[in-house]
Write a protein that binds this ligand. Structure first.
Ligand code: GLN
Length: 438
């Protein structure tokens, strides 16, 4: 609750900080735009895959250069109705595919805490903006960790709602059965406030959950005691700094009166394979629409096939092309049963393993990533990077809500994030638990 002159001052402060910043949190075109044209509400940074009417929506891809968003996503309408204003598009991995924000046509974003390190991804621009003081809060999207992991690498709070809780209408689809939009903020309360603003049923999204929804903010309670599960074979795979921070947090939670129980889950390598098959399959279907006809840049002028081939070859970057090919492969006749159907079966198994844990636990505590923010160039292959997603993607496969919180710093003063995971639509429990950890 700020007065309008305070909001104006805030907007001006942020605008001048953004102008003088070199971390590339916002996409270039909007860095110099007249920020005040975007409205007069409390400024919220927006990931560049969420439609904001009349803004250039690129999803950090050359294929959408010069594409102007024709309408507002439901989450943007909801922000506006609550007196908030979109404040500028933040950088991301191309079409949200990645964990480092390096695969962007706008260039890379630097981690504000240590500029030699990645901010994480794919919502790296949103997390860097919040962490670097260039935004008070931001929206990101999370298909396999893209809100929680950059929040952890940059030392802020990132929350992924239950699948179906927040409308995907007007958010460019990467993997439709996994995508959710959520807040990246400086603290848990801000995340709860922003979540309350964007959550709720939307008839424009056929996968939106048409169930009653109560705001979490008025009932926030940091004194509730929960049973919290620890998945031992997950934790084992983190480096020593993360493990130490994890064990300290467990002790602290016990001292506070929470009950800790120990369990194990399906091997994380299986989870990674399952995720990358399903996400790529859905991406190959979703990205088919970028064919040079309806959206963005058109290339090739010697016929329809030439147009398709040239538009996609020149417009999509390497990682996106690779995933379209993998996705088409696993969906093609002859391979469908061996890969796609098998992945769907393992997805159900993952969901049932979580169901079983939630029979005796209210929350699960887990690392967000196996290390703190890596340096640029630390990955020798794309697979190396995929493997760092081991903690975040199972949550999307099961549709669960989760929140990533900074809990400690490592020897190099880099933030360590841990996540709490709750059962579907138990966001109140999630935020209450998170508040008790803050
Ligand atoms: N790193 C994962 C991927 O590349 C998750 C990205 C996301 O959540 N958008 O698919």
């Amino acid at each position: 609750s700020l007065q309008s002159d305070e909001i104006e001052k805030l907007r001006e402060d942020l605008a001048s900080k953004i102008k003088n910043s070199n971390i590339g949190a916002y996409v270039e075109q909007l860095e110099n735009k007249d920020i005040n044209k975007s409205g007069s509400g409390i400024p919220i940074a927006i990931k560049n895959n969420i439609n904001v009417k009349d803004w250039e929506l690129t999803c950090s891809s050359n294929i959408l250069k010069n594409y102007i968003a024709p309408y507002n996503a439901t989450v943007i309408e909801k922000l506006k109705n609550a007196g908030l204003s979109p404040f500028g598009f933040t950088n991301m991995d191309e079409f949200a595919m990645g964990s480092s924000t390096e695969s962007s046509c706008h260039g890379k974003t630097l981690n504000p805490i240590d500029n030699s390190r990645i901010p994480g991804g794919s919502s790296g621009g949103s997390a860097a903006a919040v962490s670097g003081g260039l935004a008070i809060a931001a929206l990101g999207t999370d298909t396999g960790g893209s809100i929680r992991q950059p929040a952890a690498y940059c030392g802020c709070v990132g929350m992924k709602p239950t699948y179906g809780r927040v409308s995907r209408y007007g958010i460019v689809a990467y993997s439709s059965s996994l995508d959710q939009c959520g807040p990246i903020t400086q603290n848990v309360e801000d995340a709860a406030i922003l979540y309350d603003i964007i959550a709720g049923y939307d008839e424009k999204d056929s996968t939106s959950a048409n169930i009653s929804y109560e705001k979490v903010t008025p009932k926030l309670d940091s004194n509730k005691k929960f049973t919290i599960a620890v998945i031992d074979n997950f934790v084992e795979q983190a480096n020593d700094d993360i493990k130490n921070a994890f064990n300290k947090t467990v002790k602290l939670l016990e001292e506070q009166g929470h009950k800790i129980i120990h369990t194990n889950m399906i091997d994380t390598n299986k989870i990674i394979s399952t995720y990358y098959i399903i996400a790529s399959a859905e991406a190959s279907a979703n990205l088919a629409r970028f064919d040079g006809v309806r959206f963005g840049t058109r290339k090739g002028d010697t016929g329809l096939k030439d147009m398709y081939v040239e538009t996609k070859s020149q417009g999509f970057g390497y990682e996106v092309q690779k995933r379209i090919m993998v996705g088409s492969f696993v969906l093609s006749s002859g391979y469908y049963d061996a890969y796609y159907i098998k992945a769907q079966k393992i997805r159900s198994l993952i969901k049932s393993e979580f169901d079983k844990i939630f029979e005796s636990a209210d929350l699960i505590l887990s690392p967000v990533a196996p290390t703190t923010a890596p340096k640029f160039g630390a990955y020798s292959s794309a697979l190396d990077m995929y493997l760092t997603d081991l903690y975040t993607i199972a949550i999307n496969l099961a549709g669960l809500p989760a929140i990533s919180l900074p809990v400690a710093k490592d020897k190099e003063n880099l933030p360590i994030g841990l996540q709490l995971i709750a059962n579907s639509f138990e966001e109140q429990t999630l935020f209450d638990g998170a508040l008790s950890m803050e």
